[in-house]
Design a protein around this ligand. Sequence first.
Ligand SMILES: C[S@@+](CC[C@H](N)C(=O)[O-])C[C@H]1O[C@@H](n2cnc3c(N)ncnc32)[C@H](O)[C@@H]1O
Length: 339
Amino acid sequence: MYDTKRLDDQTAHTDGIKPECMNVRAEAKKAHLIKAGKRFEYESIAQKDYLTWQGRTEDFLKSLPKEPIFDLVVTSPPYNIGKSYEKKTALEEYLEWQKTIIDQIIPRIKTGGSICWQVGNFVEDNQIFPLDIEFAPIFKQYPLHLRNRIVWHFGHGLHTQRRFSGRYEVVLWYTKTDNAKDPYVFNLDPVRVPSKYPGKKHFKGPKAGQLSGNPLGKNPEDVWTIPNVKSNHVEKTDHPCQYPVGLIERLILALSNPNGLVFDPFSGVGSAGVAAALHGRRFWGTELMDGYAKTGTQRIQDALDGVAKYRPHDLPLYDHTQSKLSQAPDGYRSREDER
Ligand SMILES: C[S@@+](CC[C@H](N)C(=O)[O-])C[C@H]1O[C@@H](n2cnc3c(N)ncnc32)[C@H](O)[C@@H]1O
């Protein structure tokens, strides 16, 4: 079912797809692609479980009823850094534009729902503007509750010459409601990861001598190391800035329930849709570019059909020291020199 040919040394870990991720479903589900320009009536899409709407998310959102529809909104917006799908503008102008979209989204999130905005840096004149810092005052204008500022750490990227090379981005996770009044969805068990010391025992008190950890593992904490999608990652498409399915998989498992509706306003090649489809959540995405919308729809269909290639969120990281490329050639600084 999966192409299990070994990839090159650097990403050999990405082909270790676990059997439980091969989601073969009894009923046939279809990923729909709707092109903007067609007249759009909410009733025509309301029953669609998997939808990519190709056009401006602003237009899509305006056509929806202003009522709670989404269980989880998760996205990585354009960062205003001059990629092919965006026009770089002044930071203030970019943030104003983003606010108009967030304004449209918030009333459409259900009680108990969440919104996750995944961002990196805007860069100008070799100066960085971490976008989570820029977005926080925008989100503060709404009655939302910041639950985590998740640091997504990854291992590969460009090396910078005049500052330290950037190796993390951030996910701002807000809930619509306060737990005391209206509980928000937070499913910890499906995203637990192996404990560091599962054999640890209580050393005093009535439970002394008994194992003290959770057999399902520990809370994954708020710093997540998940490989980014570089050229030889199993999920790589022609999109320049995909987020890995594993990153969104963890959010979807924890912050939504089966059959919930996940929305990604900047859905790119549908990575969030793949994660949703893999775990029985419904998904709507909006994407400006025709080619990405098509690829995304196909990837979601592959996930529904049980043939999507992806790297699960909890797959152990590849031990790069096993690669022959990690051996220092003569004259190069090596790890052994430091011992
Ligand atoms: C950072 S990428 C998101 C990639 C996505 N997370 C994935 O994994 O494929 C941002 C996407 O937003 C799209 N985009 C830009 N402006 C848009 C708009 N007004 N409405 C909808 N999509 C837009 C771009 O074409 C781009 O694919």
